[in-house]
Design a protein around this ligand. Structure first.
Ligand code: GRF
Length: 201
């Protein structure tokens, strides 16, 4: 069974969706460790309440590489095969990304490459797109730029606010992320240029 390390900074609803999927047998993997850079992140409290190994590492007062290395050590100590970013509001440095090449995955609330970075739902509303969605992608050293694993769309409705659109996308994220992680951990795949290709079994 593959072991997942989850990095989060806040609410942790995607972490909870992953955890539920592992416990309900929709995701044949286990969450080995949860790490946060925010001491009072609700997601971290939930991990502790769920009985998972959960760690806080403050990024303040450290360089990016020093902080990444601390996180990397605890992931290694818990033998994480795949690192799932779940609202982790820190860019990972090149050294971490290279040491974990093709082993870090993220979920982003837009159809990348549209609207990378923060407030993707606000960006989509401001642009006036008619559809947006969510993207699961491997993490490289850029901001939301790695090879795409899965994407799904939602409509933007006439009266949408940032809140209503975010809520519609979040419900989709909670389905898409466990499904994409299940494929990544159970299927064979390779990277060709920018493309992630699942190989027929
Ligand atoms: C989600 O919208 C996710 O796509 C983005 O950050 C948000 C995290 O929410 N990367 P949560 O902490 O998982 O509830």
């Amino acid at each position: 069974m593959k072991r997942l390390g989850v990095l989060l900074s806040g609410r942790g609803s995607n972490f909870r969706a992953l955890l539920a999927a592992t416990r309900e047998g929709r995701l044949a993997a286990e969450i080995a460790v949860v790490v946060s850079n925010v001491s009072d992140a609700p997601g971290l409290a939930h991990a502790r309440a769920a009985g998972l190994p959960a760690f806080f590492f403050d990024h303040r007062g450290r360089t990016r590489d020093e902080h990444d290395a601390e996180v990397g050590r605890v992931l290694a100590a818990h033998a994480a095969d795949l690192v799932c970013l779940a609202g982790y509001m820190r860019l990972l440095g090149r050294a971490f990304v290279e040491a974990h090449a093709h082993r870090v995955v993220n979920i982003h609330p837009s159809l990348l490459p549209a609207f990378p970075g923060r407030a993707a739902q606000r960006q989509a509303l401001d642009y006036g797109v008619r559809v947006t969605g969510a993207t699961v992608h491997l993490v490289d050293a850029g901001l939301d730029t790695g090879p795409i694993v899965a994407q799904r769309t939602v409509p933007v409705e006439a009266g949408d606010t940032e809140e209503s659109l975010s809520e519609r996308i979040l419900a989709l994220e909670h389905q898409l992320y466990p499904e994409a992680v299940e494929r990544l951990t159970s299927e064979t795949w390779r990277i060709e240029g920018r493309r992630l290709i699942f190989l027929a079994r």
